[in-house]
Design a protein around this ligand. Structure first.
Ligand SMILES: [Zn+2]
Length: 125
């Protein structure tokens, strides 16, 4: 059993939590066009590494809040727990984040809002 340190409640048994799968998957924005194959990467493709993995966990029978966990899938050692929407802080977890194939995927690039065109002033000439 894992002992997971919920950032809101403190250490609790693994049975109180639900794993939500891979963390840091950004949804492509509607205004950015990508192919169906590229969208399928976002929708269906998930990593399943042997080693350090960045996951989402939910304290489902406690505070019911989500957070991220950097966990070694071989030893089950939890390297780091950090808030949703934040990046990992430890060097190993940062490396797992930056070296993921997902950082270079078309779907993730399409998740970034395009730069807005320069504003024009109306009524002035
Ligand atoms: Zn909690």
């Amino acid at each position: 059993m894992l002992l997971i340190d919920c950032p809101f409640c403190g250490p609790r048994d693994e049975s109180e939590f639900s794993c939500g799968g891979e963390a840091h998957i950004m949804r492509p924005l509607a205004e950015n066009s990508i192919t169906d194959v590229e969208f399928a990467d976002y929708l269906f493709m998930r990593d399943n590494p042997k080693g350090l993995f960045l996951e989402r966990w939910r304290h489902s029978t406690g505070c019911r809040r989500w957070f991220n966990v950097a966990r070694d899938t071989v030893s089950h050692e939890i390297i780091e727990i950090y808030a949703m929407g934040k990046s990992p802080r430890t060097a190993a977890a940062k490396a797992a984040f930056t070296t993921s194939w997902r950082r270079d995927s078309a779907a993730e690039k399409a998740a970034i809002k395009p730069a807005s065109p320069a504003k024009t002033t109306r009524g002035q000439s």
